[in-house]
Design a protein around this ligand. Structure first.
Ligand code: ADP
Length: 640
């Protein structure tokens, strides 16, 4: 039968060209991983076929033994990676090899700096995949046919990895995919049986299906054609997680991770667990990556574990096992507790899924606990990459909230830098004898938090305050009101009194003094209120200031300014929360203001300035910045 070739030349999507360029320039010191990536694609293709064949065994076309064949031809200067997996249709080839479907690719590519060293590091966040073929090849030919389609539906794809590729229809008898690499002049050392074998055993020994190469004698015989080869298996082809734990080396754990995750870097840590004989049989191999993927904050993005049932791959990215706050987790779970024909719908409400999910969350939290305890430097790395994701935990997972909270780390007034390394437990261990609350401040940046006037009284009394300055923090405290029976208290909210803690002074005398100041300043407070009107809810004397003249505070249950700004920035309607202006009666400026009032000078202008600087000090935005500048300049000029 003759096939209408229907040959077309098509352009790569722009992102593909950019990514190709990046891949080729990033992998110069690690070229051999192209083979791992292609083998991994073949293995995925075999997994997909196995899964689809569960409900349609005709897809096997009487050839159910799934394999990968790797050969080379020294004369033609080619390496061929062939599989009898699911294969691709013409549309699938165009979609899979001509475009990048991953969400967030544009943003990722826009972050490239043009500096090859820095960009090379970024590729690790993306995964390299099929395009790594162009690291060693100046032309790649793919012949493929989707399982279940007739032999005239074969497709040939070819590209030199520059701007475009050709695609045409071909006759292809056996299903699956064959990738032919036309090796570049400088990379001809790869055309060597020993070299290829050693790469395969290094990276792909535990791929779940046999990888075959021609017997050594055959591959040396230059004239031999693949059809005449006698093939032999070169990998162990047992899934790594099925080996006894004491037989698995660290190197193997790492290679396995890179192979299934397409990550370029080693994982930070992992946990292997095998639970047998109970009512919930499973093996899990869970990994913490060493860096955040580029789309960690895209909540629509798929995440989750690879699911196997009785060693058979079922599906990728099963979210049911992994809550959002652990979405950085990678790994596999292999269980006997689910049926082989399980679908995403069945997974939704299968009782074993709930149990497995609970067990896997526990395994992950155990892994994090151990890392935090035994390898704090590694935990610090984990925290910089994924800490903000973990902070979603207490709001999302009620059962484990205390455990998760123990894993959180914050900046603190007791640290010299913005390092986030203080846990709630450490904080509690350093609390003053009479201190009952955990104090924190929320601001947009570390510096804004660190130098906030609200901290003055805490500095004076050497009471530790946690500095929350990540976007998620205010949301986090809203969902986590107390730790270990101790309330979390914002230093910016409520009518703060530290008497209980500092308590060494004579309370009564203090109160008396307070009353006296209040009486003397009563007219001032009244007058300030007249000027500021409904910009503020109230004006009162402060107990939190020592060196600043004024600050803004909120009522205990009001939304904090950071959350208010965050919600507004994403376009949410937020009812305006009016702040309370607190003034420091001991401050010289307040004294001056009071005499200005008596002398009837520029009192109104100075009052507005006092309010405006309090807004600025908490990182807020002035409603009318130009008026503020004019006011300041006018008052300034009067003084000069
Ligand atoms: P990734 O594997 O990360 O999705 P790749 O660029 O390596 O990205 O591959 C793109 C897509 O091409 C794959 O997701 C798969 O759908 C398809 N593909 C690649 N290799 C094969 C293969 N050997 N058999 C079938 N499909 C393949």
């Amino acid at each position: 039968m003759s096939v209408d070739a229907h040959k077309e030349t098509l352009h790569f999507q722009t992102e593909v060209t950019q990514l190709l360029h990046l891949v080729v320039h990033s992998l110069y010191s690690n070229k051999e991983i192209f083979l791992r990536e292609l083998i991994s694609n073949s293995s995925d293709a075999a997994d997909k076929l196995r899964f689809e064949a569960l409900s349609n065994s005709a897809l096997y076309e009487s050839d159910p033994a799934l394999k990968i064949w790797i050969s080379f031809d020294a004369e033609a200067k080619t390496i061929t990676v062939k599989d009898n997996g699911i294969g691709m249709s013409r549309e699938e080839v165009i979609e899979n090899l001509g475009t990048i479907a991953k969400s967030g690719t544009k943003e990722f590519l826009s972050r490239l700096t043009g500096d090859q060293k820095k960009d090379a590091h970024l590729i690790g966040q993306f995964g390299v995949g099929f395009y790594s073929a162009f690291v060693v090849a100046d032309k790649v030919t793919v012949n493929t046919r989707r399982a279940g389609l007739a032999s005239e539906f074969g497709v040939c794809w070819e590209s030199a990895g520059t701007g475009d590729y050709t695609i045409c229809n071909v006759e292809k008898k056996d299903r699956g995919t064959e990738v032919v690499l036309h090796i570049k002049e400088g990379e001809l050392d790869f055309l060597n049986a020993w070299r290829l074998r050693s790469i395969i055993t290094k990276y792909s020994d535990h791929i779940n299906l046999p990888i075959l190469m021609p017997k050594l004698a055959d591959s040396d015989a230059k004239a031999a054609k693949p059809a005449a080869f006698e093939w032999e298996q070169v990998n162990r082809a047992t899934a790594l997680w099925t080996l006894p734990k004491n037989e698995i080396t660290d190197e193997q754990y790492k290679e396995f991770y890179k192979q299934f995750s397409h990550d370029f870097e080693d994982p930070l840590a992992w946990a292997y667990n095998r639970v047998e004989g109970g009512n919930l049989d499973y093996i899990s191999l869970l990994y913490l990556p060493s860096h955040a993927p580029h789309d960690l904050w895209n909540r629509e993005k798929q995440h989750g574990l690879k699911l196997y049932v009785q060693r058979v791959f079922i599906m990728d990215q099963v979210q049911q096992f992994v809550p959002m706050y652990l979405r950085f987790l990678r790994g596999i779970v292999d269980t006997n507790a689910l049926p082989l024909n399980v679908s995403r719908e069945i997974l939704q409400d299968h009782p074993a899924v709930t149990k497995l999910r609970g067990a896997l969350i526990k395994r992950t939290l155990d892994l994090l606990d151990t890392l935090a305890k035994d390898e704090p430097e590694k935990y610090a790395l984990f925290w910089t990459q994924f800490g903000n994701v973990l902070k979603e935990g207490p709001g999302e997972d009620f059962i484990n909230r205390e455990r998760i909270a123990k894993l959180l780390r914050f900046s603190s007034t007791h640290n010299d830098s913005d390092l986030q390394n203080v846990s709630f437990e450490t904080y509690v261990s350093r609390m003053k004898p009479n201190q009952k609350k955990i104090y924190y401040i929320v601001a947009d940046t570390y510096n804004a938090a660190r130098s906030s006037p609200h901290l003055e009284i805490f500095h004076k009394n050497n009471i530790e305050v946690l500095l929350f300055h990540d976007r998620i923090d205010e949301w986090f405290v809203a969902h986590f009101p107390e730790f270990d029976g101790k309330l979390l208290q914002s230093v910016m909210k409520g009518d703060l009194s530290l008497d209980e803690i500092t308590g060494d002074e004579d309370k009564e005398a203090l109160q008396k003094e307070d009353e006296k100041t209040k009486q003397t300043l009563e007219p001032l407070l009244k007058h300030l209120k007249e000027v500021l009107g409904d910009q503020v809810k109230d004006i009162r004397l402060s107990h939190r200031l020592t060196s600043s003249p004024a600050c803004l505070v909120r009522e205990q249950n009001d939304m904090g300014p950071q959350l208010e700004r965050l919600l507004k920035s994403v376009g949410q309607e937020v009812a305006e929360v009016k702040p309370i202006l607190e003034i420091n009666p001991q401050h010289k400026l307040i004294e001056k203001l009071n005499s200005e009032r008596v002398q009837n000078g520029d009192f109104g202008e100075w009052t507005k300035l006092l309010y405006e600087q309090a807004v600025l000090a908490e990182g807020g935005q002035l409603k009318d910045p130009a008026a503020f500048v004019q006011r300041m300049n006018k008052l300034w000029l009067d003084l000069m």
